[in-house]
Design a binder for this molecule. Structure first.
Ligand code: SF4
Ligand code: SF4
Length: 377
């Protein structure tokens, strides 16, 4: 294995053992841009899972039943954007349900691609002979994937096994960290039932959960010619739900933590929920001044307000103390270069086209110099 870095334990935030549910927000906010065609009108009463927006073969579904209220601004994946506001009536009315399908895995590859895309489960490459399932959280302070495996091991293994058939996969790797002890035991016990899935226990080094790094570690370059299908365990679980229930993906798990929250939790939320509402109901922020960091303390980005919404791209939210440490002069120790997983040298801008923005150089620099990406201070 290439050299990667073991992150100090203090980067790991203590997380509550149980998944917390926050599934009844007063309002839902769905991102809208001018290219979308609007399927609803102001004041219209809509069902849960009804189509609110459409763009070619992609659709945005309502995670609640309720009333369409109009538009307002919110932060969507780090940028200001208009969102459609839906007031929740808490009835969870659904228009029609096709129920549980009897043989959901008896479909062609083309049908699979169509279904998973239109229901918002997966919209990337499904062509290749090697399937990589990533069960490793992207950052050491996130527990979203680990909790998802713990809660839904059977469903995830079932759908991965089915995908091997539908996609005509020749080799399947399921990667988790060797330190993810509960999941290691459960998965090892189940592997006998799934001979086509090879469990890979990866050393707990950062950034092994990164897509490119994991694929490089698992798949020899020669086999890459046949193509790699890459799914996170979240993608796999979403595909399971779409195939089994024929309903869109409107909920997800998010790790919420940080040194200014009294507790860290993995929370099940509806897509389109405002982060401010979750934090106000479930957490207490210890100070008035704080940073909000999305998708990890090492490689995440900062937003300036809690008026941001949960999108399918959000894995974690951290509320962190304002950092008063000032950078000092570079001592030319070379650590930023030696530890870079793609052998870039951020000091001199060498090989930065390969940079995966993992943030390891920032973390490791003894002079506290911020070399790459968003600055949280
Ligand atoms: S240069 Fe890029 S890839 Fe290398 S450690 Fe820094 S952020 Fe990570
Ligand atoms: S890790 Fe920091 S101090 Fe060391 S060479 Fe890189 S920039 Fe300079």
């Amino acid at each position: 294995m290439t050299k990667y870095v073991k992150i100090n334990k203090d980067m790991n935030k203590r997380i509550n053992k149980q998944i917390k549910e926050y599934l009844s927000p007063d309002y839902i906010y769905l991102p809208y841009n001018n290219k979308d065609s609007l399927n609803v009108k102001g004041k219209e009463e809509i069902y849960k899972n009804s189509i609110v927006l459409a763009n070619k073969n992609k659709f945005v579904y309502s995670p609640v039943s309720g009333t369409v209220m109009g538009l307002c601004d919110n932060i969507v994946d780090g940028k200001n954007q208009k969102t459609i506001v839906i007031e929740n009536n808490f009835k969870e009315n659904v228009s029609k349900s096709s129920g549980i399908k009897k043989d959901p895995y008896n479909i062609s590859k083309n049908d699979l691609i169509k279904i998973v895309k239109s229901y918002g489960a997966f919209d990337e490459n499904l062509n290749g002979k090697t399937l990589v399932i990533n069960g490793i959280d992207n950052e050491p302070n996130e527990a979203t994937f680990s909790y998802l495996i713990e809660e839904h091991t059977d469903q995830i293994l079932e759908v991965v096994d089915a995908l091997i058939n539908i996609l005509d996969i020749h080799k399947c790797f399921f990667a988790i960290k060797d330190s993810d002890s509960n999941n290691v035991i459960t998965l090892l016990n189940q592997m006998g039932t799934y001979p086509n899935i090879e469990l890979k226990l990866m050393k707990d080094y950062y950034p092994i959960g990164n897509k490119d790094i994991l694929i490089k570690e698992l798949v020899l370059n020669s086999k890459m010619d046949d193509g790699v299908v890459y799914l996170t365990v979240e993608d796999a679980f979403n595909i399971y739900n779409v195939l089994k229930r024929k309903t869109p993906i409107t909920e997800k798990l998010v790790t919420i933590g940080g040194n200014l929250l009294t507790k860290s939790k993995v929370v099940k939320v509806k897509i389109g929920t405002r982060i401010a509402d979750i934090v106000a109901d479930e957490f207490k922020i210890k100070k008035d001044e704080y940073h909000i960091i999305i998708n990890g303390l090492l490689s995440g980005y900062e937003i300036d307000s809690l008026n941001a919404i949960i999108t399918p791209n959000i894995r974690s939210i951290f509320i962190e103390e304002v950092n008063t440490e000032k950078p000092v002069k570079c001592i030319n120790c070379g650590l930023c270069h030696i530890n870079c997983p793609v052998s870039a040298d951020p000091r001199y801008g060498i090989n930065m086209n390969k940079c995966i923005k993992c943030g390891l150089c920032n973390y490791i620099c003894p002079s506290k110099i911020h070399l790459v990406g968003d600055k949280h201070e």
